[in-house]
Design a protein. Structure first.
Length: 134
């Protein structure tokens, strides 16, 4: 599992625009290769952010097996703001968003998402089922 602070990937299908927009999208570096859990919070002291981090800390193997990258959009910096804007997330509240390899938001929550919920959602995705068969 890889942890990143503000910087991600979306596909042209989601953006509805050309390649230049994809390159400038804050999640574009992960498109087609990784699933992304975006964890957004107004500041680093957010209780839900802490709970999400704690829940994920014990799930690194499962996250790695599923090509899951964690990206935090915390605070009001330009990268965090760009991620929240791209996903339509509020700046003043916690949100967790699971983004598939296709760039689509698969699960959004105002509460921390338990690893088992993340994994079962990912394991139900057609692309993941194909990966498990290989």
């Amino acid at each position: 599992m890889v942890w990143k602070r503000a910087g991600l990937a979306m596909s042209a299908v989601i953006l509805g625009t050309g390649a230049s927009a994809i390159e400038s999208h804050p999640l574009s570096r992960y498109a087609g290769t990784s699933r992304v859990l975006v964890v957004a919070a107004p500041d680093a002291r957010n209780d839900r952010l802490s709970a999400q981090r704690q829940a994920l800390a014990s799930a690194r193997t499962g996250a790695s097996e599923r090509d899951l990258v964690i990206v935090e959009a915390v605070g009001d910096g330009p990268e965090a703001a760009a991620i929240r804007r791209a996903l339509g997330l509020p700046a003043d509240a916690f949100r967790a968003v699971l983004v598939g390899k296709d760039g689509g938001a698969k699960l959004t929550s105002a509460e921390p998402i338990p690893p088992q919920t993340l994994f079962s959602t990912i394991d139900a995705m057609p692309m993941r089922r194909d990966e498990m068969r290989r």
